[in-house]
Design a protein around this ligand. Structure first.
Ligand code: GDP
Ligand code: MG
Length: 684
């Protein structure tokens, strides 16, 4: 029975990772007695086998404390098995230690780690041959990709049967072997690692080479040194390397760098000259329909009701809208908290601050959580399956022309759902300029919170013409292309990099990886709602509900925000014409919290201040004609995004100059385009 094993290997061979994979969370960490080198112990998952992580070492010659600890541990504590992990992309260096470990009279299992990299580089190691040459059991794994782990655990469990007993393996020249064997015979019966000790004596290692052996063997050892013209320590090292080189030449073959046949067959279709782009578009449409359409349509109304209450839920499904009446309705978190505050004697403003400020603002972002989870899930599946790297490859040349990378495509797709995760997802772009460009341009993609602005104007001004909706998306792509061109030409001085990639084989996605990926990203999104959105919602609420005497007011017209709106309303003059409304600017400012607030704010303002209802065509919409509506839509869609996305931009750009440049560029470009449309309308 294998009860205890020691994990031994070079530094960076993946020891820590494998140890964690094998033990899960059952680990104890401490220090080796007398030395401050970390000692980790744990049970291999699902077994009672103890595994000890030894320090990373390159040989067993006691040059360093780590080597001494490892040797002592194996010799004195006698684990049942040595698990020797090696980096299979550099087996020569690793096998030096392996050959030494095999002299210790303990079973050795050789674990060839990083098979994923090996495979990517197009090499194959013949495990069966290696086993024969080394005379022990070998297994190939990837600690990172978790391949071969189950087999590894099986081998350890059945180590009695599957791993051969340690036996002397003669790898040196005959002359050296003869001396080693002479020394062995003289060793005390209770020295268990006879061969190891004998070799150390031949090397004149003074831990073993005592007076007794010196008297008996000095002559023999000196003769050997004379014969080879090397001291024995060098001689043994050099013969070890010779042996290892021979093994290496016999077991490693370089395959043609070629995808496996299944991947090649799939690529014949998916990367086909004519089919690649249409297939990609279909994939994207399906993803969009599933996440934003199906899941988004089914959940936004529900989550919104949980936060804000109400008696009807709207389900804007891809094939049509439904309204479900709940009779008495649900109170919702915001109104419930508000009533608690009022009941406890709190003032009206406190209740409104909590319900209309904090809860409504945070809720507006959390509405997107279900659809974003599905979006992340689908994208993560595509990514781990290997499809995304092909898409990236497919679009790389096109994006390079705009100063971006093929990897920019994914943020743009995610951006149709929400800019925040899209911007977070730009981190994989390594080139700094391409990254900056992608972060700046991603918010131009109309996210699903901007969709209500579009639909509302399309319904109110453009007679519900769907072509106008489609036009807004095409316009967004046009604006991205235009911006890429402008930034490339005038702002970002860039060197051209080439994205060369070896396309990986297709894989069945690893569920644990996908699960972790999705939950990490979703959590990062939720965290934003709890921090930046929360704070900004409160600030906007204060501006909207407090007047200059610092008293609470429900009359929007008296609010500080209205005054801010009036003072910046001139900005909107070119796009709205001379009868511009201060309400339009207030709504645009509120759009900074969450873009769907633009519409609800317009409703509130027209209801309170300027009379009528937005949807009746005589309220705020009375101010708009086709051109000014288009101009205003363009401004709210393309100017600085919501605070959530602004925060994400700040974090990704990680430098205030780049950040402000991006915000000013977005807002400036939006204003110019919107004004051009407005002025054009006025001139006609
Ligand atoms: P240690 O120094 O032996 O403890 O090695 P670590 O466990 O710290 O691993 C060193 C590095 O190699 C880490 O960045 C690991 O993520 C990486 N690594 C370990 N195993 C694998 C593997 O199977 N494949 C790949 N690609 N990387 C690995
Ligand atoms: Mg380590």
């Amino acid at each position: 029975m294998i009860r205890t094993c020691a994990l031994v290997g070079n530094q960076n061979s993946g020891k820590t990772l494998l140890f964690n994979v094998l033990t899960g969370l059952n680990q104890k960490v401490g220090n080796w007695p007398g030395v401050t080198v970390e000692r980790k112990d744990g049970l291999i998952r699902g077994t009672t086998i103890n595994i000890t992580d030894l320090p990373g070492i390159y040989s067993l010659s006691p040059y360093t404390a780590e080597e001494e600890i490892s040797r002592k541990f194996i010799v004195e504590e006698r684990p049942d098995l040595i698990i020797n992990i090696i980096d299979s992309t550099s087996i020569e260096r690793a096998l030096y230690l392996t050959t030494q470990l095999m002299e210790l009279n303990t079973k050795v299992l050789v674990v060839l780690n990083m098979e994923d990299i090996l495979k990517k580089k197009g090499y194959i190691i013949d495990i069966v041959k290696l086993e024969k040459l080394l005379g022990t059991k070998c297994v190939s794994i990837s600690a990172l990709r978790r391949t071969g782990i189950k087999e590894l655990i099986d081998i350890i469990r059945n180590g009695d049967r599957l791993i051969p007993e340690a036996k002397d393996h003669h790898l040196f020249s005959l002359e050296v072997e003869n001396v080693i064997s002479d020394v062995s015979k003289e060793l005390d019966e209770n020295v268990s690692e006879k061969r190891f000790a004998a070799i150390k004596i031949v090397e004149r290692d003074n831990r073993y080479y005592d007076k007794y052996f010196k008297e008996r063997f000095e002559k023999e050892i000196s003769a050997l040194e004379e014969q080879f013209d090397l001291d024995t320590e060098q001689l043994i090292a050099s013969e070890r390397y010779n042996y290892i080189e021979k093994i290496r030449d016999k077991v490693i073959t370089k395959t043609k760098v070629e995808k496996d046949s299944i991947s090649a067959k799939i690529d014949k279709v998916l990367l086909n000259k004519w089919l690649a782009i249409p297939i990609f578009l279909i994939v994207i449409v399906v993803i969009y329909l599933l996440s934003v359409g199906l899941v988004g349509g089914a959940t936004v109304g529900i989550v919104d009701m949980l936060f804000n209450g109400g008696d009807t839920i709207e389900f804007p499904m891809p094939w049509g809208s439904y309204e479900v009446s709940l009779g008495e309705g649900i109170m919702g978190l915001g109104p419930w908290l508000a009533s608690c505050i009022t009941n406890a004697g709190g003032s009206e403003w406190a209740a409104s601050l909590v319900a209309d400020g904090a809860v409504a603002g945070v809720g507006a972002v959390l509405n997107f959580v279900p659809q974003i989870m599905i979006l992340f899930l689908l994208l993560s599946l595509l990514e781990t399956s290997g499809y995304m790297s092909r898409v990236t490859f497919l679009f790389d040349r096109l994006f390079k022309k705009l100063g971006m990378s093929g990897q920019s495509l994914i943020p743009f797709i995610v951006g149709t759902g929400c800019s925040v995760p899209a911007i977070m997802g730009t981190r994989t772009i390594q080139d700094k300029d391409e990254h900056q460009m992608t972060v700046t341009l991603t918010p131009f993609m109309p996210c699903s919170a901007k969709l209500p602005i579009i639909s509302c104007f399309v319904a109110g001004i453009f007679g519900g013409n769907y072509l106008v909706t489609a036009f807004m998306y095409i316009l967004a792509i046009g604006v991205i292309i235009l911006s890429g061109y402008l930034l490339n030409k005038f702002f970002i001085k860039r060197h051209s990099t080439n994205y060369i990639t070896e396309l990986p084989d297709y894989h069945t996605p690893s569920m644990s990886y996908v699960g972790k990926d999705v939950s990490e990203k979703t959590w990062a999104f939720i965290k934003r709602a709890g921090t930046i959105i929360f704070l900004c919602s409160i600030v906007i609420w204060v501006l909207l509900n407090v007047n200059y005497e610092f008293t609470y007011t429900t009359n929007v017209e008296e609010s500080i925000l209205a005054d801010i709106g009036r003072s910046i309303a001139w900005i909107f003059a070119p796009m709205l014409g001379l009868n511009f409304s201060w309400g339009a600017s207030v709504s645009a400012v509120q759009g900074l919290v969450a873009k769907e607030l633009v519409i609800s704010s317009m409703e509130v303002i027209t209801a309170v201040g300027e009379g009528g209802d937005v949807f009746a065509g005589n309220g705020m919409f009375a101010f708009f004609n086709g051109f000014s509506a288009m101009g205003y839509m363009i401004f709210t869609l393309f100017s600085a995004p919501c605070f959530g996305a602004i925060g994400a931009m700040k974090r990704e750009l990680n430098n205030s100059k780049d950040f402000w440049r991006a915000i000013i560029f977005q807002t400036g470009l939006a204003w110019i385009l919107a004004s051009l449309v407005g002025v054009w309308g006025a001139l006609l």
